[in-house]
Design a protein around this ligand. Structure first.
Ligand SMILES: NC(=O)c1ccc[n+]([C@@H]2O[C@H](COP(=O)([O-])OP(=O)(O)OC[C@H]3O[C@@H](n4cnc5c(N)ncnc54)[C@H](OP(=O)(O)O)[C@@H]3O)[C@@H](O)[C@H]2O)c1
Length: 599
């Protein structure tokens, strides 16, 4: 791309080969189709006219094809040097053509210096434009070189070096009077020797705890400026940045500002979307854009695992954080520092998480227990030093992710799927839950559906096992609210394939009732007589499968007799069975044995 710019500046007619995937770039640089051909086949040899100069980076038969394009007196400059030829052999095969392997330093240091001077002037004059850059942290150099060797790049592949925050520079923390912002400010001063801080939030020094924080940091030796600044307001942020003293230039940004406005997606309003996007999307973009000329060592974004995994009632928040993650990726690709830390829950209550009750905290912490301050700050250090653009610091509890519908796709590389148990509800792979349901007796079906409901309900509530969700306890008493109710609905919809209403757990307020409802939806035209016959078959199999002790017979026999009585009572007139109303226990057992063909 550099040679193309120079050649065109010199007024040359340039023909270019590139893989077809890169043609749009050539077209955007003004090449028409007659001047473009593929670098992945030899058609260019017949598509292009004779030329005076070839700059070559290809190998094998592509070299002959390019040499064949040169008219007499033409020159072939070998730049790629993966397939170097003998110049005499080339001239013998292509008379009148000059072949030269090209090496920048052959020109000598003085000439290189004058070339650099010329280039600088041409950049200054706007004749040359910097090439697009794809950057890798130097610790991922192997990846960068693989990318280069596959010729997948456009422009330059660049390695960047991480560097520490300049202790003479200023660190800007947004949301610094919030729970995690204040913690990070303190940590940067005590553990990283930061001496100049600008702490921004909308309320600034008026925020609760702001004065104490400033006093504490000052006592620790830092110079602190508390700023009341809405960082989503570009002009306000620009003014704030312009006020940073030249002798302590901005060296790092830590963007922790954020707000929540949770609601289910169907009730999400433009206002609630905008309010949550503002401090994340607008503010992060302005920070990115307005610090473009600052020589930053770090640009750290506080994001949330909700952006990676999604979370009931947090569509707006998830979108806002996903933007932060993408911004960090884009910055890193262009060679600028950035890391987005998509946090799981911290233990420390904050304005954003303070409203959560125990059930809500358990639900949010489902990925694992919440972080103490020490754990979180340790992860902050690890994350900032790791060299990755996006990290998801969560403590994952694999048991919470091996529910009835299998391991979620996002976690499959981390969580080993449980070995499939025969009859387990909804394991991934093998017959589907619905297929297995179809082969079950009515009783087994009821049990499987109840177990499905209890398992999902316990996962949604953040419990370790389904035992804590009893079948006859109301969902409300178990701790369900509107968000968790929707999440349970979603999980059951996925597991059963049914379109279930948002009001599901309100219409069917206990696990037992909900399981019964699912059964009627999944097996709508079940004949009750068949169900009963199925169950009797099962009972019969059970009764004859075991040698029952006299004790068990004595204990359970009366229940069986009572059932029979009840049954006879419902259809006394037509019952063909014996009249057991006056029978003794012994006579009842005998009659039952007879009926059930027991010895
Ligand atoms: N705490 C957690 O468990 C947790 C988990 C995952 C992710 N996170 C992320 O970590 C960050 C900090 O969370 P936190 O729990 O510390 O929240 P927090 O205590 O509520 O703090 C948020 C801060 O952001 C400020 N803020 C909000 N909008 C702003 C704006 N437009 N301009 C400037 N400042 C603004 C608030 O101050 P004003 O109201 O005065 O502006 C407040 O100081 C958030 O981005 C959050 O998404 C936290």
């Amino acid at each position: 791309m550099a040679a193309t710019q120079l050649a065109r500046h010199l007024g040359l007619d340039v023909y270019a080969t590139a893989s077809p995937g890169k043609w749009p770039v050539l077209r955007a640089h003004g090449f028409d189709d007659a001047h473009i051909a593929s670098s992945r086949d030899l058609t260019f040899a017949s598509a292009f006219p004779q030329v005076d100069l070839v700059l070559n980076a290809l190998a094998r038969e592509y070299v002959e094809a390019s040499l064949g394009l040169l008219r007499a007196g033409g020159r072939f400059l070998e730049m790629g040097k993966t397939d170097i030829r003998d110049p005499q052999a080339v001239t013998a095969a292509f008379p009148g053509v000059g072949y030269q392997v090209y090496d920048l330093l052959d020109a000598g240091w003085d000439r290189v210096q004058s070339m650099l001077d010329e280039l600088r002037d041409m950049f200054d004059a706007g004749i040359l434009k910097p090439l697009p850059v794809t950057a890798w942290d130097v610790r991922r150099a192997a990846e960068a070189i693989r990318f280069l060797s596959q010729a997948a790049h456009i422009g330059k592949v660049v390695l960047t070096l991480p560097r520490p925050v300049d202790s003479d520079g200023t660190v800007l923390i947004t949301g610094a009077t919030g729970a995690l912002g204040a913690l990070t400010a303190r940590h940067l001063v005590t553990a990283h020797g930061v001496r100049h801080l600008v702490l921004a939030s909308r309320r600034g020094g008026e925020a609760p705890g702001a004065e104490e924080l400033a006093a504490e940091l000052t006592a620790l030796g830092a110079r602190v400026s508390m700023a009341a600044c809405d960082t989503a307001d570009r002009a306000a942020l620009a003014t704030l940045l312009a006020g940073i003293p030249l002798e302590h230039p901005l060296t790092a940004v830590v963007h922790t500002a954020g707000v929540l406005d949770d609601m289910t997606v169907d009730r999400l309003t433009p206002a609630a979307l905008h309010a949550v996007l503002r401090p994340k999307v607008d503010a992060a973009w302005h920070l990115h854009d307005l610090t473009a000329d600052a020589d930053l060592a770090q640009f750290t974004l506080f994001s949330s695992a909700a952006g990676t995994f999604g979370n009931a009632g947090q569509a707006n928040y998830a979108a806002a954080n996903a933007f932060l993650d993408a911004l960090a990726q884009a910055r890193r690709r262009s060679g600028r520092p950035a890391v987005s830390l998509a946090w799981g829950l911290w233990k420390r209550g904050s304005a954003m998480t303070g409203h959560l009750d125990d059930a809500g905290r358990r639900r949010l912490a489902r990925g694992g227990a919440a972080f103490s301050d020490e754990e979180g700050l340790r992860l902050y250090d690890t994350g900032v030093a790791a060299g990755e653009p996006v990290l998801v610091p969560v403590r994952l509890d694999p048991r919470q992710h091996t529910g009835a519908d299998g391991v979620p796709p996002l976690l499959r590389g981390l969580v080993r799927a449980p070995r499939r148990r025969a009859g387990a509800a909804g394991d991934s792979g093998g017959p589907s839950f619905l297929d297995r349901l179809a082969t079950m007796s009515a009783g087994e079906r009821e049990e499987a559906l109840l177990s499905l409901v209890r398992t999902h309900a316990s996962v949604v509530l953040g419990h370790a096992s389904a035992d804590s969700v009893t079948g006859d306890r109301a969902f409300k008493d178990l701790g369900f609210d509107s968000l968790t109710a929707i999440e349970l609905r979603n999980r059951l919809s996925t597991a059963t394939g049914l379109r279930l209403p948002a009001t599901l757990v309100f219409n069917h307020p206990t696990p037992l009732e909900l399981a019964a409802f699912l059964r009627t939806e999944l097996v709508p035209d079940e004949d009750p007589a068949r169900v009963l016959a199925d169950e009797l078959d099962r009972l019969e199999r059970m009764l004859s499968a075991t040698e029952w002790t006299e004790q068990t017979r004595a204990a359970l026999g009366p229940r069986l007799s009572a059932l029979l009585w009840k049954w006879a009572g419902t259809d006394g007139a037509t019952s063909a069975g014996p009249d057991l109303s006056e029978a003794s226990d012994q006579e009842l057992f005998a009659a039952l044995d007879d009926e059930l063909n027991l010895p």
